[in-house]
Design a binder for this molecule. Sequence first.
Ligand SMILES: *[C@@H]1O[C@H](CO)[C@@H](O)[C@H](O)[C@H]1NC(C)=O
Ligand SMILES: *[C@@H]1O[C@H](CO)[C@@H](O)[C@H](O)[C@H]1NC(C)=O
Ligand SMILES: *[C@@H]1O[C@H](CO)[C@@H](O)[C@H](O)[C@H]1NC(C)=O
Length: 434
Amino acid sequence: MKPKHCLVFFAFLCSQALATFKLQEHFQWNILDYEYPSEEARLQAILTGRFKPENNLPVGIEIWNDKMFISVPRWMEGIPATLNYVPLNIPVKNPRLIPYPDWESNELGNCEKGLSTVYRIKADKCDRLWVLDTGTFGIENTTQNPCPYALNVFDLRTNQRLRRYELRPEDTNTNTFIANIAVDLGDTCDDAFAYMSDELGYGLIAYSFRENKSWRFTHSYFLPDPLRGDYTIDKLNFQWGEEGIFGMSLTPPKADGFKLLYFSPLASHREFVVSTQTLRNSSKVGNSWNEFYALAERGPNSHTTSRVMDDKGLQFFNLIDQNAIGCWNSEMEYKSENHGIVDKDDEELIFPADVKVDRNENLWVISDRMSNFLLSSLNYNDINFRVMFAPIDVLVKDTVCECRPNDLSGLRIPHRFGQFPVQLYSPYPGKSLF
Ligand SMILES: *[C@@H]1O[C@H](CO)[C@@H](O)[C@H](O)[C@H]1NC(C)=O
Ligand SMILES: *[C@@H]1O[C@H](CO)[C@@H](O)[C@H](O)[C@H]1NC(C)=O
Ligand SMILES: *[C@@H]1O[C@H](CO)[C@@H](O)[C@H](O)[C@H]1NC(C)=O
């Protein structure tokens, strides 16, 4: 197919694709429940208020082998466990959550051995689960910090904790709120870095697994855009104006061996990018302002909190204002014409809180009506939480994201965001991003 045809053809099909229903429901809950050692223990927990089902909101997911991990932040009282899993193959639609690795490791306020509040989680190719514990209880002005922020790494084969690293006091500030983590695995399991986005303290913290050390970048690109703080989700209008750097995804390795970290502040429609060559080097803190690049805005109503990239460089991102999941092929220029919608549903995709890709190239999504939960209330007669998935090939079919790079050979569209010109294609001297 000739490049020009490809673009016209796919742009046409892309608009068609909006009407197609593609993600397939795997789990659905009206309300969450937990697998206690016995039914008496469960009833006892409900009677004493240690388990208040209506306060439990699932926010983060991850898939490893036949387990689906689900995190539940301790925003209120009555959250029995913050890190949990369910067997993927269980023949029920609303399985009870099983604390991971066990009940004891989920004790609120037990800083050494327990997890207080977990948001997003990430499994790597070395069968480890990276879990950032914020150490908090509560939300917004009710937040208490019984424990410091700590990065935990679990061995998924043995269910043992391999590492617990407390962030240094210099890594955080009084506004710090970190709800997201990206994991950058190099050639060996030891050559691993975690990047943590400080949404309200406006920083990006890098952690080296080998050196067991962390450092913190600051940049004005981590700040919210003051024009983009207004949201309407499921007819509910509200303002999250202070929310900075949040969603992150890493590309496959480029020719220079490093990856690119794409990120967006939550109160923003813009995408930014930096090489892991910068982030991995602690000496770059304070002298790398020009190594962060601003790309285009996605377009109206394009706030996003979660994104993931597969091994081929296809990025998927939640579009919380649109009840939709977007896609972008990172081998094409970052601009809205090159973004597709792989699914949209005004009932089933209200607040798609997390997106993940499994090892079989399926995209997984959890939707949880988070804004209704936080700003209004949920109706527990409704299905409120859904886990859905579809093979990536199926999802991108007939969208602009299906356009493969060889269809675009020789095509170079000038970048329209003036300040960061041709460099988009080659920010690193002599090396192409493609
Ligand atoms: C927290 O904020 C809410 C709404 O903004 C307010 O109603 C409440 O009184 C505040 N609570 C405290 C402890 O400041
Ligand atoms: C990593 O560093 C932390 C504190 O800086 C320390 O408590 C921990 O034992 C270290 N872990 C390893 C494996 O070196
Ligand atoms: C890290 O960055 C410093 C400062 O820019 C540079 O001098 C040094 O060569 C870099 N180290 C590596 C390993 O790239």
